[in-house]
Design a protein around this ligand. Structure first.
Ligand code: C2E
Ligand code: MG
Ligand code: MG
Ligand code: MG
Length: 291
């Protein structure tokens, strides 16, 4: 916390901060300015099919290019945005950017699915499906090209309401994904009822699986669970070629992580895909496979 505070001044999230405090109000006006002055940046991180070794999509991850504080990571302003309700404007900005990018990528001959993170507040907004529709219509991007990532905790905040929003979005054709799976409270009874297409294994398990057998078992069981429920499974936090080999061996469909590429400015993404040489994880010996 102290290190973060030094790094970013007042822009850090304090759990004790209430919505009406001076600090929170100035943060809110800074965020409004950020949107007006075009200070938000759309970063993308590739998602790769682990067996076919092809880039199949990208996750949109927002950053704030602050005039004096530099590039601010999302965890230092997303919580404020959620607390104040500003997240709805922020999500709309990210969604529009992702849809525009999907359109440009298609024009360049790349068929990519763009993933966008939604927060609890977004899910509680009954008008969200309509807003997304209005935003997407002029861009002529098919709904199936957009995947909406939601965390377990966002769903469990008000499961019935979340379910109704998700059903609506699913009926519109959007892909739905459960993010950070395994870290929040979730109920398998809800998981069964949710119209989701994808499950993302949280990076904490994936990053630890090579040295911790329990993490490896969690990864393996999660892949199995996802497949038994008919879901695509994605591993985040793929940091080594060994992790790639292990995950491919366990049948994990897709991966995302620093080993493939860190999130990059959206403007660089198409050139990056065109230059990317897929590594060959089969060079990793069979002895490195999980017990
Ligand atoms: P997330 O949705 O789980 O996104 C994955 C995070 O893991 C990203 O952090 C990404 O940079 C990081 N990551 C990916 N691969 C690796 C790896 O191999 N190793 C490590 N150590 N980290 C990896 P980032 O970009 O800082 O975003 C953090 C979180 O902020 C996201 O977690 C998401 O919850 C939130 N966020 C980011 N952009 C948005 C947004 O536009 N809207 C909303 N509502 N939340 C966002
Ligand atoms: Mg995500
Ligand atoms: Mg995640
Ligand atoms: Mg997250």
């Amino acid at each position: 916390y102290a290190a973060k505070a030094r790094q970013c001044g007042s822009l850090i999230y304090h759990a004790q901060l209430d919505a009406g405090s001076q600090e929170s109000l100035s943060m809110l006006s800074e965020l409004r300015r950020a949107v007006e002055e075009n200070e938000l940046r759309l970063f993308l991180q590739p998602k790769v099919d682990l067996v076919r070794r092809q880039v199949v999509g990208a996750e949109a991850l927002v950053r704030w290019q602050h005039p004096t504080r530099g590039l601010v990571p999302p965890m230092q302003f997303i919580p404020f945005a959620e607390q104040t309700g500003f997240i709805r404007q922020l999500s709309a900005w990210v969604l529009a950017g992702a849809a525009r990018f999907a359109h440009d990528a298609a024009a360049a001959g790349l068929n990519l699915r763009l993933s966008v993170n939604l927060s609890t507040r977004d899910l509680m907004d009954q008008d969200l499906p309509g807003k997304i529709e209005a935003l997407m219509a002029p861009l002529q991007v098919p709904a199936q090209s957009i995947c909406l990532e939601i965390t377990e905790s966002a769903i469990m905040d008000d499961p019935e309401r979340a379910l109704s929003t998700l059903e609506h979005l699913h009926a519109m054709g959007f892909k739905l994904s459960i993010d950070d799976f395994g870290t929040g409270y979730s109920s398998l009874a809800y998981l069964k009822r949710l119209p989701v297409d994808e499950l993302k294994i949280d990076k904490s398990f994936v990053m630890a699986m090579e040295r911790d057998l329990d993490d490896a078992r969690i990864v393996r069981s999660t892949i199995e669970l996802a497949h038994n429920l008919g879901l695509t499974v994605v591993a985040e936090g793929l940091e080594t070629i060994k992790a790639w080999a292990l995950l491919a061996n366990l049948g994990c469909d897709e991966g995302q992580g620093y080993y493939i590429c860190k999130p990059m400015p959206a403007e660089q993404f198409i050139a990056w895909v065109q230059d990317w040489q897929a590594p060959d994880p089969s060079i990793i010996s069979a002895e490195s496979q999980l017990a």
